[in-house]
Design a protein around this ligand. Structure first.
Ligand code: FE2
Ligand code: FE2
Length: 138
């Protein structure tokens, strides 16, 4: 297990993806932090717009990496997951532009946290593991 961790660190592409994942969670934490700060609610839209732009760049990189090594079906399914999350981010921004409330920000932050925990810790982690194994066999 330790060996694999080291390999992750030595691989620039995968390390970069890992750093992006940490950044995604810091956007969500920033959003959670302002739920009870009405003065800062306007900032929720900026955070989500920045997260959307950052996530879009991230998925382009991640999908390119996956397309190089993994079976088409697996890549396709993962691209659909990315697409549904991009849609949710878009929808959330529109929701807050209509009604900027603590409740709405809270609901969005909780859902994003669950969604990305599942996505990153379950799917991305598995996929990156497969990539590492394949690279070692080459
Ligand atoms: Fe990812
Ligand atoms: Fe992903």
């Amino acid at each position: 297990m330790k060996q694999i961790d080291l390999d992750v660190k030595s691989d620039a592409g995968i390390k970069n993806i890992d750093e992006d994942h940490n950044a995604i969670f810091s956007y969500i934490k920033k959003l959670q932090a302002i739920v009870n700060q009405p003065k800062n609610h306007e900032y929720a839209i900026v955070i989500l717009e920045n997260l959307l732009a950052f996530f879009l760049e991230h998925v382009i990189k991640e999908e390119q990496l996956l397309q190089q090594y993994l079976p088409a079906k697996l890549v396709e399914d993962h691209i659909s997951l990315h697409q549904s999350e991009l849609n949710y981010l878009d929808e959330s921004i529109r929701t807050l532009k209509v009604k900027l409330s603590s409740d709405n920000i809270q609901t969005i932050a909780v859902r994003l946290n669950q969604e990305f925990k599942n996505h990153i810790y379950r799917y991305d982690k598995n996929i990156m593991q497969k990539l590492i194994e394949l690279k070692r066999l080459r």
